[in-house]
Design a protein around this ligand. Structure first.
Ligand SMILES: N[C@@H](CCC(=O)N[C@@H](CS)C(=O)NCC(=O)O)C(=O)O
Length: 253
């Protein structure tokens, strides 16, 4: 089975798709694209939409982490990404949908807002990527791309401040799913990968690492997605981080 996965370095849903392919034992070719420019490339390649992850497999073109999970499950059922029991499957699908609709875009907004403040860490997210030009050069010329991605993803200050205020409650929700056995399957289920990949991206930010790593959520993320590139030193305004700081166990004790 020929498979090609189109990704953007550091993209969290793309990391989830890579892990799905690995877990299913499907060999694939990875094509790295620059953010924003990726949109035109994927359109030209006639994918159904213009975001990554995008997977070409067995003559089919699929866009989106959720659609890719279902297509891979059809092509190669073992190991399963979804539980066989219908009630458990419904719970996993609910957590996966929340991960895709709520957590994934919020972490994307936080990341772009942080990168807008300090572009230097971009290079660390491109570790292991092949963008067709030297990554150092790609990063040096990335200012217009960062500006466009910040705008296109609505990573404005007001939204990101509100995302940070919500984050402790979201982590409680994820910890609750882990306690209830919806998340935390071995091997990971589709919701573990969807939510784990967003948490992994959030954990690349030194501003957020302490509040996540000490929780069941943090351990889940590391198990689900063991490898994730990138590291950004603290950069977000201290008053925005107050809700996060108060929810960090070491800080609040
Ligand atoms: N919810 C979709 C969204 C994917 C998405 O928005 N991906 C981002 C990268 S994380 C993207 O392709 N952005 C295009 C760009 O930055 O220009 C999924 O789970 O696949």
């Amino acid at each position: 089975m020929e498979a090609t996965l189109y990704v953007i370095p550091g993209s969290h849903p793309a990391a989830a798709a890579r892990r799905m392919l690995e877990l299913k034992g499907v060999p694939y070719k990875r094509v790295d694209l620059m953010p924003v420019i990726s949109r035109g490339a994927l359109r030209a390649l006639r994918f159904p939409s213009n975001t990554v992850p995008a997977l070409a497999i067995g003559g089919v073109k699929i866009t989106g982490s959720k659609a890719i999970a279902r297509q891979l499950e059809r092509f190669r059922p073992e190991p399963p990404l979804f539980p066989a029991d219908p009630d458990r499957r419904a719970a996993v699908e609910e957590a996966e949908a929340w991960g895709e609709e709520v957590l994934q875009p919020a972490v994307r907004r936080i990341l772009w807002n942080a990168i807008k403040r300090n572009r230097a860490p971009l290079l660390s997210y491109a570790e292991g990527a092949n963008l067709g030009i030297p990554t150092g050069l790609a990063v040096k010329t990335a200012a217009p791309i960062v500006a466009a991605a910040t705008r296109m993803n609505a990573a404005d200050d007001e939204s990101v401040r509100s995302d940070l205020a919500e984050l402790p409650g979201w982590l409680d929700k994820i910890d609750g799913w882990i306690a209830d056995g919806v998340l935390g399957d071995d091997p990971p289920n589709a919701a573990d990968l969807q939510i784990g990949s967003s948490l992994r991206l959030a954990m690349t930010l030194d501003d957020l690492l302490p509040v996540i790593e000490s929780r069941p959520s943090g351990a889940l993320a590391l198990r689900a997605i063991p490898e994730f590139p990138g590291r950004a030193p603290t950069v977000l305004p201290a008053d925005w981080l107050e809700p996060v700081r108060s929810a960090t166990p070491a800080a609040s004790s």
